[in-house]
Design a protein around this ligand. Structure first.
Ligand code: SF4
Ligand code: SF4
Ligand code: FES
Length: 240
């Protein structure tokens, strides 16, 4: 069922329960995200996509990537509070990942000159979980996961050894917005099966991270589906 919802003063019709970010997209309004990808289930972890919602005369902050649209709802995507939270998210991430081009671009767009938070040992993983979820939800093999807690949190293979379930499809390296997963060829097998996690030089995105309209992204998603279908077919055949 379609319902009307107002986003920054514009009325749009969306499916009831669709995430607010879809309504904003329909209204032509861009909401920055880090852990969201339209091919994956919403995760709601980075908090960058916060918006203000007025519903039943109550105003509150919600994450637009996983908050369901309801009839009569009014959404504000660019209020002082929203901008403040987005700045804080980016500054916190900059303290952990000062060299990541995507964060630097976001900081520049938000007018952030430096992070007010204490710098930690430089890391390139922003812990968005996109690689882990793509591997599980789209590829279907769960070769990597988020391990440890707090400042020790990291993406890793189980026991930090080369995975024996990884099909070497490269999806995790592609989807990672910071380029901190690198695939390296394994001499013993024809397919790429070893993953080396860690920092490596990153070419900035040629499309300024506008993934939604990027032809490279669309072609990749099509290619990767073919690779996965082929892998599953050969896997089933080898089990017979
Ligand atoms: S290369 Fe391996 S870890 Fe990465 S998405 Fe594919 S199967 Fe998962
Ligand atoms: S390795 Fe990349 S995709 Fe995976 S959690 Fe870290 S930044 Fe996100
Ligand atoms: S994009 Fe919504 S919480 Fe990360």
């Amino acid at each position: 069922m379609k319902i009307p919802i107002i986003v920054d003063g514009q009325m749009v019709q969306v499916d009831q329960g669709a995430p607010i970010i879809d309504a904003a997209k329909k209204a032509g309004i861009f909401i920055p995200t880090l852990c969201y990808h339209e091919s994956l289930k919403p995760y709601g972890s980075c908090r960058l996509c916060m918006v203000e919602v007025v519903q039943n005369k109550q105003r509150r902050l919600v994450t637009s990537c996983n908050f369901p649209a309801e009839g009569g709802m009014e959404v504000f995507t660019n209020t002082d509070k929203v901008r403040q939270i987005r700045r804080m998210v980016v500054e916190l991430l900059l303290a952990r990942c000062p060299d990541v081009p995507l964060l630097k671009t976001m900081a520049r767009q938000m007018g952030i000159k430096s992070s007010r938070f204490k710098k930690r040992e430089a890391n390139e993983c922003i812990l968005c979980g996109l690689c882990v979820r793509f591997c599980e939800e789209v590829v279907g093999v769960c070769a990597i996961g988020l391990a440890n807690r707090g400042i020790e949190r990291e993406v890793a293979t189980p026991f930090k050894v080369a995975s024996d379930v990884c099909i070497g499809c490269g999806s995790c390296t592609y989807i990672c917005p910071t380029g901190c997963i690198e695939m390296v060829p394994d001499e013993k097998t024809p397919r790429l099966r070893i993953m080396k996690m860690g920092n490596h030089p990153l070419s900035p995105c040629p499309n300024d991270y506008q993934c939604e309209n990027c032809s490279i992204e669309q072609e990749f998603l099509k290619d990767i589906k073919d690779v996965i279908v082929e892998f599953r077919r050969s896997y089933r055949n080898s089990e017979r």
